[in-house]
Design a protein around this ligand. Structure first.
Ligand SMILES: Nc1c(NC[C@H](O)[C@H](O)[C@H](O)CO)[nH]c(=O)[nH]c1=O
Ligand SMILES: CC(=O)[C@@H](O)COP(=O)(O)O
Length: 154
């Protein structure tokens, strides 16, 4: 019989860092609320959550890395909203934030969760920030809880 190791959704005693981008704050505030609400509903103590605001999604990886290296967090949740404009800027920001967040997780061993919405327009972003397509901040918090629990068991 194989030994199966799974992360469960109990966040009691776990510590979380959240990095959230101020750019498109009308969306990222909703992602943050979703993440905080989900952590709370899974028994995370308020004192066990630290939130750092950064200017835009491009800056997320640097602060996520600092948090992950601090040994103070079981997981780091990255929240942002990159919405396509009329130039190629969108592609550069998306590419850097996604690669950067992945690199932080792999290089530090601390689960670093990608809760950045990358959308073609504002409507798609609104849909993913607590309306018809759920709340990606809340989804990111669930992934963080599961991964933090899994990592402590491995
Ligand atoms: N256009 C978006 C940005 N752009 C700003 C960059 O993230 C960065 O802050 C700036 O280039 C300075 O280094 N950021 C987002 O989060 N969302 C966008 O839609
Ligand atoms: C995601 C972005 O880069 C965007 O806000 C920038 O818009 P634009 O390409 O029109 O400068």
């Amino acid at each position: 019989m194989a030994k199966i190791i799974e992360g469960h959704l109990s966040a009691k005693g776990l510590k979380f860092g959240i990095v959230v981008a101020r750019f498109n704050e009308f969306i990222t505030n909703k992602l943050l609320s979703g993440a905080l609400d989900t952590l709370k509903r899974h028994d995370t103590a308020e004192d066990d959550v630290t939130v750092a605001w950064v200017p835009g999604a491009f800056e997320i990886p640097m602060v996520a890395k600092k948090m992950a290296q601090s040994n103070n967090f079981d997981a780091v949740i990255c929240l942002g909203a990159v919405i396509r404009g009329s130039t190629t800027h969108y592609d550069y920001v998306c590419s850097e934030v996604s690669k950067g967040v992945a690199a932080v997780g792999l290089s530090t061993g601390v689960p670093t969760i990608f809760g950045v919405v990358t959308t073609e327009n504002i409507e798609q972003a609104v849909e993913r920030a607590g309306t018809k397509a759920g709340n990606k901040g809340s989804d990111a918090a669930m992934s963080a809880i599961e991964m933090a629990d899994l990592l402590r068991k491995l």
